[in-house]
Ligand binder design. Structure first.
Ligand SMILES: [Zn+2]
Length: 277
């Protein structure tokens, strides 16, 4: 319910104050993204939930995992669980990009030609299925209970809806928020067709992880960003049937442009010291 409220609020703000110009009609993209999300939701309910929730119940009962070794007050256990889930999700996100098989799945999220809150729901069901063993490992090693897992799910959803959204916040707000959490301009850089820009800003909650690992990039103008993946810049290449089939197909190299109508890759020469221009 928090997710639906956040989505509707961001959707309203996106129509009032969009951050980036759109390539495709918004409604068509949203319908497509909700279609992808619907299939993934079925995969989550049928495959993830029956594994992860009972596992979290066992973890709670048997006191398995790191956090269950301490007698933390509940608020501290929840806070620590959120931080550890966020860091392990940062690692998982890098794997999604670096491991060729996982990239086939995550590619479906990245070939969206625009970025808005609906993109945050657009994960192919294969990505959902592939993440189940990782999620089970997180629950087991961190020591998540059904309560802390459910809280993480809610917080995670709100975070990804927010940073994928196409809402133009005042730059001063964004610079302030960005010291702590991932913001729309920061995550927009991760969705750029420029490979080295995509290979930055992997965090999904706290900015801290990108900052600690030296993968934070804030020096790209939003107006210069072309959203997507070079090999899939044509709207006809990213229709609903095409993206649902994408992980199972023979794919061209993601980072080379197809022969027809290659958009120009911008070379950002803004110094790194310029934050979120
Ligand atoms: Zn990504």
């Amino acid at each position: 319910m928090v997710g639906v409220g956040t989505l509707l609020l961001l959707r309203w703000l996106e129509t009032r104050k969009p951050l980036r110009r759109s390539i495709e009609p918004k409604f068509r993209r949203e319908a497509r993204n909700v279609g992808v999300a619907g299939v993934s939701a079925i995969a989550l309910v049928l495959a993830e939930r029956p594994i992860v929730m009972p596992l979290a119940a066992v973890v709670e009962k048997q006191n398995w995992g790191l956090l269950r070794q301490f007698r933390f007050p509940l608020w501290l256990e929840i806070a620590a669980a959120l931080v550890l889930m966020d860091y392990t999700f940062y690692v998982w996100h890098i794997l999604m990009h670096r491991v060729p098989l996982l990239w086939r799945f995550h590619l479906v999220h990245h070939v969206d030609l625009d970025l808005d809150a609906s993109t945050a729901l657009r994960f192919h069901f294969t990505e959902m299925l592939a993440s189940i063993p990782w999620r089970a490992g997180q629950v087991l090693l961190i020591g998540l209970t059904p309560l802390t897992f459910s809280i993480w799910q809610g917080v995670f959803l709100v975070c990804i809806l927010f940073h994928h959204s196409n809402v133009e916040l005042p730059v001063s707000w964004e610079r302030f928020l960005n010291k702590l959490i991932v913001t729309p301009r920061m995550h927009g850089i991760h969705h750029s067709i420029v490979e080295r820009e995509t290979n930055s800003n992997w965090s999904s909650g706290l900015t801290l992880w990108d900052w600690l690992h030296g993968t934070l990039r804030l020096n790209v103008h939003q107006a210069e960003i072309t959203v997507g993946v070079p090999a899939f810049q044509e709207p006809k290449a990213v229709t609903l049937p095409r993206i649902l089939a994408m992980p199972f197909e023979h794919l061209p190299p993601s980072w080379s442009f197809s022969a027809d109508g290659s958009p120009e890759v911008h070379q950002s020469d803004v110094p790194q010291s310029v934050l979120l221009p």
